[in-house]
Structures are given as C-alpha cells and as structure tokens.
Design a protein. Structure first.
Length: 118
C-alpha cells in the first residue's frame, strides 16, 4: 500500500487548508485511515481518523471543532479539512492506513508540512 499526502503549505493564523491522502497499491481492505502530526521537537500525535465503511470519525481534543476528516471511497482518498489554523498546528502531517480493527496503523505516507504563521 502506498500513501501520497499533499496539500501542505504556509498559511496565516485563522486560514484554512485541506490535506489529501491517496492510497494505492495491490488490492487491500481498510478499516480506517488516520491523520497524525509531528511538530519540531515533539512526538508524533494523533489528529483524527475515519473508518472506511461506516465513516465514523475521531478527533484529538486539540483539533475538535476545527478539523474535519472525510473520505472518498471511489478514489481511496482521505481528506483533512483544517479551519481556524493556529501557529501550534505547525507540523508535518502524516496519513496512515489501518487495515484491521485489531491492528495498529500499518502503512504511512511521507508527510506534508503545514506551517502556520502568527
């Protein structure tokens, strides 16, 4: 499974940005796709996720109400809509695939940098 994330960039505080992550490769099934981020000098943290079949979402408290995870099943693509961005949202954002509910995230994308200036 290959994951290609895109959409990062430099924005100002209060702006919006949408990240995309397309999954490709040999036939596979997905339980969920998730977004994580890693800020400079910090550990990687969970941002949000969506189950592939039911579309159930989970969010970190720090982004709840500002970020939205959605998916396009036909394109095997997951999106992260980020609104009201803050400087503390600055990080490299990674998408990941969880193929089964009993497994952790197995496949990871290369990351896309989001920089929010104050």
């Amino acid at each position: 499974v290959q994951l290609q994330a895109s959409g990062g960039g430099l924005v100002q505080a209060g702006d919006s940005l949408r990240l995309s992550c397309a999954a490709s490769g040999r036939a596979f099934s997905m339980y969920a796709m998730g977004w994580f981020r890693q800020a400079p000098g910090k550990e990687r943290e969970f941002v949000g996720s969506i189950t592939w079949n039911g579309g159930s979402t989970l969010y970190a408290d720090s982004v709840k109400g500002r970020f939205t995870v959605s998916r396009d099943g036909a394109k095997n693509t997951v999106y992260l809509q980020m609104n009201s961005l803050k400087p503390e949202d600055t990080a490299v954002y990674y998408c990941a695939v969880r193929v089964h509910i009993a497994r952790a995230y197995d496949y990871w994308g290369q990351g896309t940098l989001v920089t929010v200036s104050s």
